[in-house]
Design a protein around this ligand. Structure first.
Ligand code: 9G3
Length: 586
């Protein structure tokens, strides 16, 4: 029998108004529903209802981790600095790493992640290939001193993460766990009620070669994704870009006067053509100080990560550097560039025979500039950020742009940590090798907010059943009435005997307040017990997720109850018989 929750006792201080400093819906609703409270910038307290949801999310994650053989541990948040010196990361991170000293002035940090800690644990315990593969995980608070905490739980300075780490003898074993973990992440997102996309991502600072992010789609998401109906999805930071530039109809090289034209928009207006018929130039300097002119379709942006990969150290020139080179900002082109300037161009421009581009003379542009005849390109590369309408690299269909909240990520770390920290196992011949490792995170508190971002309406939160703080809210309307209250209490008791989680709004509040708060808190179902309904022999049942309302007669209710009891009867018989058997043995 589950404990019946009573609104008259529940500590859930709701707010009538939207808090001023909450600028996304999940932050607003979690505060208004009395589920979280801000303790400091980026630091939150979970109140009873918020804590109940957190525990349900954690339990679903635990279920799925245990199902693939991962074992739960609990590591300390307080991490000795020595480990971070060993891995060489103590100085990699700036003030984001929360460092402190103990009373003996020994250095520590509050753990933002636990690669160092778990590698140290394992290098002393896991010594033989016979013990591999091994996956350990924890659900624990993490600390990252974000420079601008915002969006409530989405970017906080203390948050709850499930982080798992796997240890292997070789890459194929790592790949197998990585794949199992990826499938488990899909099941977790689905069970949490999240609309999500696995997204190919940029390994970034991790240095592992393979990584994938799990994004919950939401307009408030910080990540920009490109997605396709075929299932392809990638972080737009690194997604392969296949634009469709078109030619401006002009074959011979022709210089035109373009007074006051300095941007692609100006030029498109001047030529009454589309931006993708024009070529945009950006000039910079690479690590060796070589000037480089880059050309991309007029309707695309240069992608810094891709440019860095092709021209290491590339930084855009300042206005005076451009002037020193004699290049007029806003009408730079590929014809007549000063000697020594290297030319790079987005590979999609290979299919554009004649370019409309700056003439390297202020107030002039060229039409019909032909590669090979009027200019040369040294390097063709994928230099642009993919955007809506570009071709999907997998199936060719037009890409769409979406925004995502990164709720999970899986990494293949290889031997990045095991090598630097001397974490080795001995193989069948007794030879020592560094472990292959993987690491896998899910933002538990962030997932809670992501669920609200995807499940809400103008009245409040709409919790999916699997994570709702309770399943059914019973709303007696006239509490004083001597028939309504007992009927509501009986309903609560009968439903909770089925294992249903029930909350009863037993407060002496007006019906309007009860309805509004039930909608705000997002209980998936509401059952109204009112004087009129009782005299008509019905309960009014409302499905919060669909808005559907039905009058359920007492007979229908009794039948549903009996059915539910029968449905759970086999389990009950088993335990009753087991109990009787055990007692008979005494
Ligand atoms: C730091 C600080 C911030 C950090 C890190 C280290 C992110 C850091 C990446 C990861 C990788 C995976 C295991 C679970 C899944 C994610 N922000 N990362 O390493 F010192 Cl201040 O955390 N870790």
């Amino acid at each position: 029998m589950k404990q019946i929750m009573r609104m008259s006792r529940l500590y859930a201080p709701t707010l009538k108004e939207d808090p001023s400093d909450a600028d996304i819906v999940s932050h607003r609703l979690l505060l208004r529903a009395g589920m979280i409270r801000k303790t400091a910038s980026g630091v939150y307290t979970f109140l009873p209802l918020g804590k109940r949801v957190l525990m349900k999310i954690e339990q679903i994650v635990r279920d799925e981790m245990d199902a693939i053989g991962a074992q739960e541990v609990l590591m300390p948040a307080l991490q000795p600095a020595e480990l971070w010196h060993e891995s060489g990361r103590w100085n990699d991170y700036g003030p984001e790493l929360m460092r402190l000293q103990d009373r003996h002035e020994h250095g520590f940090c509050l753990g933002p992640t636990h690669e160092e800690l778990i590698t140290d644990l394992v290098r002393n315990e896991l010594r033989s290939y016979k013990q591999l593969p091994m996956t350990l995980y924890q659900i624990q608070s993490k600390f990252r001193d974000e420079i601008r905490p915002r969006f409530g739980l989405l970017r906080s300075r203390e948050f709850i993460m499930k982080d798992a780490y796997s240890f292997h003898t070789d890459r194929e074993s790592l790949q197998q766990t990585y794949d199992e973990m990826s499938e488990a992440y899909g099941r977790i997102c689905t069970r949490l009620g999240l609309v999500y996309r696995p997204v190919q991502a940029d390994p970034g600072q991790i240095g592992g070669s393979v990584t994938c992010e799990y994004h919950a789609l939401a307009e408030s998401g910080e990540a920009e994704l490109v997605t396709c109906e075929c299932g392809y999805a990638a972080n737009s930071e690194i997604a392969e870009c296949i634009p469709h530039p078109e030619e401006y109809p002009q074959d011979e090289l022709k210089k035109i006067t373009t007074p006051g034209v300095h941007t692609i928009e100006d030029l498109a207006q001047h030529l009454s053509c589309k931006a993708n018929q024009l070529v945009k130039a950006m000039v910079g300097i690479d690590a060796e100080g070589t000037p480089i002119a880059l050309f991309v379709p007029g309707d695309h942006e240069l992608n810094e990560i891709k440019v860095e990969r092709t021209f290491p150290g590339f930084t855009l020139m300042t206005d005076e550097q451009l002037r020193d080179l004699g290049l007029p900002k806003g009408s730079i082109g590929c014809v007549g560039l000063p000697k020594g300037v290297r030319v790079g161009a987005d590979r999609s421009l290979q299919d554009v025979a004649h370019w409309a581009v700056g003439a390297n003379e202020d107030g002039y542009h060229y039409l019909g500039a032909q590669c090979g005849r009027d200019f040369e390109v040294d390097v063709w590369a994928d230099l642009c950020t993919a955007c809506a309408g570009d071709s999907c690299p997998d199936c060719g269909a037009p890409l769409e742009v979406a925004r995502g909240i990164e709720v999970g990520q899986v990494f293949q770390l290889g031997d990045k940590y095991s090598k630097t920290m001397g974490a080795t196992y001995s193989d069948a011949q007794g030879v020592e090798h560094p472990f292959q490792m993987g690491c896998y995170g899910i933002g538990i508190s962030r997932a809670l907010a992501a669920i609200v971002e995807q499940h809400n309406d103008e009245n409040g939160i709409k919790w999916p059943f699997a994570v709702a703080p309770a399943h059914i809210c019973i709303l007696p309307l006239s509490v004083g009435d001597d028939t309504v209250q007992p009927a509501a209490e009986r309903l609560a008791k009968e439903l909770s005997e089925l294992g249903i989680e029930v909350v009863i709004d037993d407060r002496k509040e007006r019906p309007g307040v009860k309805f509004a708060e039930a909608d705000l808190m997002g209980w998936p179902m509401q059952i109204v017990v009112g004087k009129r309904g009782l005299s008509n022999g019905v309960y009014e049942v409302k499905n919060r997720l669909t808005g559907e309302k039905n009058d359920v007669t007492f007979a229908q209710y009794k039948e549903a109850l009996a059915f539910a009891h029968r449905a759970t009867k086999p389990a009950r018989t088993f335990f009753d018989q087991a109990k009787t058997f055990v007692e008979s043995q005494d």
